[in-house]
Design a protein around this ligand. Structure first.
Ligand code: AMP
Length: 284
């Protein structure tokens, strides 16, 4: 496994791989790997003959009061796990390599970023789309793999790729969960044992909402109220949003249609967790 830290070396390497006829998959990450990250890598490995992962904790997607400074890191452990999965190249640039003096360009997806995480994290999506566009130019992948755990991010990146005619296929991977249902996240490491128990309210409320939807409930406010009170019944929780929206435009809906997104962001103690599910009819 090769470790590359400069943009120049990364671009030379990717150009050579392309000239050699190889297909390239990219998995962008912020490191501190869990099974969710590894699953994305396994998918990338299957779909292309060279797998590049990036590890970069991107300062521009964190707000001033967010956890950039204490975001968990485990570089050596991450390298070991990436090696086990068969990653070919780890691209791990420094902040100054990514954002040299004078950097001033932004990629903005305008509408799909306005609701859900865009409300409480106003700089988040611009930071993500800009860094992902840069990573695409640095690694020149044929396809890039993203998790449905960050559903809005996945859709915003898909829109960017379509709107800017980037010749890259975006591959979604379903959310990987702990055995008890908690969506895996690097931020779960912040939770103490009591908070970890309470954090199960996210998945429990998604399951309950799905049950109500499958049972014929179509009224958004009825489902929302049940979800909100289930979460509030768990200690240490503070709801950022419970949103029922269109899964493409992310606009709020009043009545559930064929395919709906239920997105949640909940602070458990000081840790902000997100989860989501699509509410759509199960066909038998
Ligand atoms: P992060 O390192 O948290 O920025 O995540 C890097 C990639 O892993 C993103 O595409 C995430 O959506 C994806 N990811 C994070 N957690 C999970 C999970 N539990 N299941 C599937 N994908 C995930």
């Amino acid at each position: 496994m090769e470790i590359i830290e400069t943009v120049e070396q990364m671009q030379k390497k990717s150009e050579a791989l392309r000239l050699g006829g190889h297909t390239i998959a990219l998995v962008p990450t912020m490191g501190f790997f869990h099974e969710g990250h590894l699953e994305l890598m396994r998918v990338g490995k299957k779909l292309a003959d060279k797998l590049i992962i990036s590890i970069f904790v991107n300062p521009t997607q964190f707000g001033p009061t967010e956890d950039f400074g204490k975001y968990p890191r485990n570089t050596e452990g991450d390298f070991a796990r990436a090696r086990e999965v068969g990653v070919d190249i780890v691209f791990s640039p420094s902040v100054s390599e990514m954002y040299p003096e004078g950097f001033q360009t932004n990629v903005q997806v305008e509408k799909a970023t306005q609701n859900l995480c865009g409300i409480s994290r106003p700089v988040y999506f611009n930071g993500v789309t800009t860094v992902v566009a840069k990573l695409f130019n640095m690694t020149m992948p044929h396809l890039a793999v993203f998790g449905q755990k960050d559903y809005q991010q996945l859709m915003v990146i898909s829109l960017m790729v379509t709107d800017l005619n980037m010749p890259i296929k975006i591959v979604p991977v379903p959310t990987v969960r702990e055995p008890d249902g908690l969506a895996m996240s690097s931020r779960n490491s912040y939770l103490n044992p009591e908070e970890r128990k309470s954090a199960l309210c996210l998945k429990k409320s998604l399951d309950l909402a799905d049950k109500m939807f499958q049972g014929g409930e179509k009224d958004v406010s009825v489902i929302k109220n049940v979800v909100v009170s289930l979460i509030q019944d768990h200690p240490f929780t503070d709801i950022d949003y419970v949103s029922l929206c269109d899964p493409v435009t992310f606009e709020d809906i009043k009545t559930l249609g064929e395919k709906n997104l239920l997105g949640l962001a909940v602070r458990v103690g000081k840790t902000r967790l997100i989860d989501n599910c699509l509410l759509q009819r199960v066909s038998n």
